[in-house]
Design a protein around this ligand. Structure first.
Ligand code: AHR
Length: 497
């Protein structure tokens, strides 16, 4: 039996713009997230442009990646930027103590990172080291990247091959200060933030992001939004991290594949907690920052399962299935509903790590279901959000867990099209969705659907197109669209008005 759902799009009541930065990505010095997955070095037999893999860069370009966060994560608070400039052969070897204890030869440093973002056509989100770095070191990195005068740091950058200043769109002052960033209390971190931020003088327009809280803990947003101000101190956002796991541990296994329906629904339920977490933090922001100066930057989100068997400890390698595609879409729909505050996010992570877009093995590359969902949602970048109301949205239930069967989001894209995204979380039943579009009504809709026969369907190097979007059409009747969403699917369409 199909599930019947009514959706009303108030096309005449535009909401806030969905910043393109909501579609940002995170690339950390972690496992093969950078080394091997993206960077192979200019001498590699794998085709590359100045060291960056051509296949991976081309695939990511199709996502219009707006922003890359680098170099961490936990790694950021052990990273010393001077290790990563100058001739590569002379850069020091360090140990990546957070992630596998592997050698870090600093082949990818500031210049290589900016080359990557330029190849992608993205903006840079650089995360500074507050954990083990000094105020002076952080201030000098910002000057090195952005100064446009004749200062010795600007000249050093020029001697290292880049006379023009780099654009640093976002700069993070520490990461997870409550944990790997130094195990601080909000009071301690707020004091540190004020001191570090006082001395950061980017030459261009750089937005500063304070390292905030995680999961259901709102104390960081609450405290920071009241205390990261002072003479000469700027703050543009507070970060937030939330990872999706398949819920309460029943047998100790959170496999990325081979899971049953209880883990399917648990994962989707857990990911939808993002809505409540954002709402609770936004309530704190609204109380202390009613002007909405501060953005709520969800700069780490995505699924976190047991590491793939046989993978190296600390490399956070996991398969990516249709379930991850739905997780991505559900989160996008939540972010869109909070577009006024959630003005930037970055999924963890871009390549090979956690909920990745792309997986590689030597010279081989495969696109994940998450990649396809990011691609389907490209029209939402910088689109004007449009309110959506759901009526008669039934629950999809399994065991003692239930979640809404359908999730929806709509926007007016930059090229004027009305775009609608829908998720059917039920793995067994089609959802028949009737969409009423305010104003002139609808004549039809075309777009793409992502689904598969199995809940854990995924792409491998041998079967790279097992999960891939296919064209999707919907007809209209009396000005109303009728969309037949397959079980366990993501659909994105442009509505013909
Ligand atoms: O994304 C992996 C890690 O998760 C990040 O380095 C850290 O910030 C978080 O704990």
């Amino acid at each position: 039996a199909a599930v019947e759902v009514g959706v009303t799009i108030d096309a005449a009541k535009p909401g806030p713009v969905i910043s393109k930065y909501v579609y940002g990505q995170f690339a950390e010095h972690l496992g093969t997230g950078i080394y091997g997955g993206l960077w192979v070095g200019p001498d590699s037999t794998i085709p590359n442009t100045r060291g960056w893999r051509n296949d991976v860069v081309a695939a990511l370009k199709a996502l219009h990646v707006p922003l890359v966060r680098w170099p961490g994560g936990c790694f950021a608070d052990q990273y010393h930027w001077r290790d990563g400039i100058g001739p590569r052969a002379r850069r020091p070897m360090r140990i990546n103590t957070h992630w596998g204890g592997v050698d870090e030869d600093n082949a990818v440093g500031t210049h290589e990172f900016f080359d990557l973002v330029e190849q992608l056509g993205a903006d840079a989100y650089v995360n500074g080291n507050l954990g083990t770095g000094t105020v002076q070191e952080m201030a000098e990195w910002v000057e090195y990247m952005t100064a446009n005068g004749a200062s010795s740091l600007a000249r050093l950058r020029a001697r290292n091959g880049h006379p023009a200043p780099y654009k640093v769109a976002f700069f993070g002052i520490g990461n997870e200060a409550w944990g790997c960033g130094g195990n601080m209390r909000p009071e301690q971190y707020a004091d540190a933030y004020r001191r570090y931020a006082t001395f950061l003088h980017p030459a261009g327009d750089t937005q500063f992001i304070a390292a905030g809280g995680h999961d259901d803990d709102t104390s960081w947003t609450d405290y920071l939004s009241q205390h990261i101000y002072g003479w000469g101190v700027r703050a543009h956002g507070i970060s937030f991290h939330y990872y999706t796991s398949p819920g309460a541990d029943k047998n100790g296994k959170y496999g990325a594949t081979g899971f049953d329906e209880s883990r399917w629904i648990e994962t989707l339920k857990q990911t939808q907690r993002m809505e409540g977490f954002i709402a609770a933090n936004v309530a704190k922001l609204d109380a202390h920052d009613p002007q909405k100066t501060l953005m709520f930057a969800v700069d780490e989100w995505g699924t976190w399962y047991d590491a793939e068997e046989g993978s190296k400890s600390g490399f956070l390698q996991q398969q990516n299935t249709l379930r991850d595609g739905l997780v991505a879409a559900l989160n996008f729909n939540i972010f869109h509903a909070h577009a006024d505050r959630v003005r930037m996010t970055s999924i963890a992570q871009m390549v090979n790590v956690l909920q990745a877009m792309v997986r590689t093995d030597g010279a081989r590359m495969v696109l994940t279901p998450t990649y396809h969902v990011f691609r389907m949602y490209v029209p939402f970048q910088d689109a004007v959000s449009v309110p959506v109301r759901l009526a008669n949205n039934p629950s999809y239930a399994f065991g003692d867990v239930d979640i809404p069967a359908v999730s929806a989001s709509a926007a007016r894209s930059k090229d004027g099209k009305l775009v609608l995204a829908l998720v059917n979380t039920n793995p067994h039943e089609q959802a028949d969705v009737t969409v009423a579009v305010g104003g002139a009504g609808a004549r039809g809709a075309t777009g793409a659907v992502l689904t598969a026969a199995a809940m854990d369907a995924h792409n491998t190097f041998a079967t790279p197109a097992a999960v891939a979007p296919v064209p999707f059409d919907a007809k209209a009747s009396d000005g109303r669209l009728v969309l037949h969403l397959p079980a366990k699917s993501v659909v994105v369409v442009a509505v013909q008005e």
